[in-house]
Write a protein that binds this ligand. Sequence first.
Ligand code: GLU
Length: 423
Amino acid sequence: MQHNPWERAKNQLHNAAEHISLDPLFLAKLGAPDRTVGVSVPMRMDDGSVRVFEGFRVQHNNLRGPYKGGLRYHPKVDMDEVRALAFWMTMKNAVVDVPFGGGKGGVAVDPKKLSASELERLTREFARKLAPVIGPSLDVPAPDVNTNGTIMHWIREEYARVSGADAQAVITGKAIKDGGSEGRTEATGLGGSYALAEYLRLTGQHPQGMTVAIQGFGNVGSYLAGYLQELGFTIVALSDSKGGIYIPGGIRDLKAVAACKERSGKIAGCYCVGSVCDVTNMEQLGGRDISPDEALTLPVDVVVPSALENAITSDNVADVKARIVLEMANGPTTIEADRVLAERGVVVIPDILANAGGVAVSYFEWYQNMHGETWTKPDVFAKLKEKMDAATGAVYQASLQHQVSLRDAAYITALQRLASSAA
Ligand code: GLU
């Protein structure tokens, strides 16, 4: 049960609700999604066979604006996961104070096993099924795990075909040439670095000398690593689903590691000296190989789960040595593990704050599309910093006022904003 994300989401809601007085009707509305949509996605594979995939979209709540949230392609996608992720989007959008509600969707598929044309056919079929329930003022999807700007563009085209209206703002996370925003690709990682830096500033701490281990080196983890390094943190470990590297003295050339991962398909073995990344450099750098999960239990100041749900569980929480957990994945900590971390005084910067930078810039993209504007990257970054600093400040204040964890404080902040929209 503790691994069911939807049970966890409801538990988080009720924990936070105990600290403030809320109308039971309002709470009941948030305790279930407005609408769940399940679709079948039949398609012809390259070898001529036909397969049917399952697709989902959950529209959790639209009190503050159109439903908003990503679409993921992953074999483990199911309705309970999507329901939790949609709920977290409602909360996240309220915490970062953008005028959106929460939604999420996906297809249960391993996209790494599809050819490029199969991926396109799957997406276009899924988009045709979603078209009647999405729209710029209704529900605005975006990228999530294993989806990207190209996939978003196909969805926009199919939406135009089915609805007869070509609307840029039906989707965010588009490539810049298709109406996307400057800075959207970097936004989640950059936003996480702003949240951590602002939390340290508020508590009188400094990044210099702090070590960081990151689990997950996709779009979010890779940008985050670079921005944290710029702020003065020392990145000592990186891992992906196949394993990773640990260099206690610090991984200096993150760009070389990213290029090595791009080439070889994995981080393992990416010990880079100059332009050469090879396992033969391991000894010279004083490094060693790690398993994907070992990144979470190394002796560092900050650990960053930046992959999928259920990274920190009752199985490994006793081994977590960091004093700060920056949740860049959605739902990476189970209820039980969260309780243990809180008892030990480990600070958890919760997902609905830490990774809100992505949807914040999705809002900027949607706004630019709706108003025919084009903002520069420095402008987007400045606006993102303003949003992340304000959200971090509000959550921190709520934690002091109610004497609760940052997670409960983030929910309290979100619930108060949602309640005032409901009033
Ligand atoms: N998938 C991202 C998230 O989990 C971004 C959602 C969006 O931009 O709508 O926050």
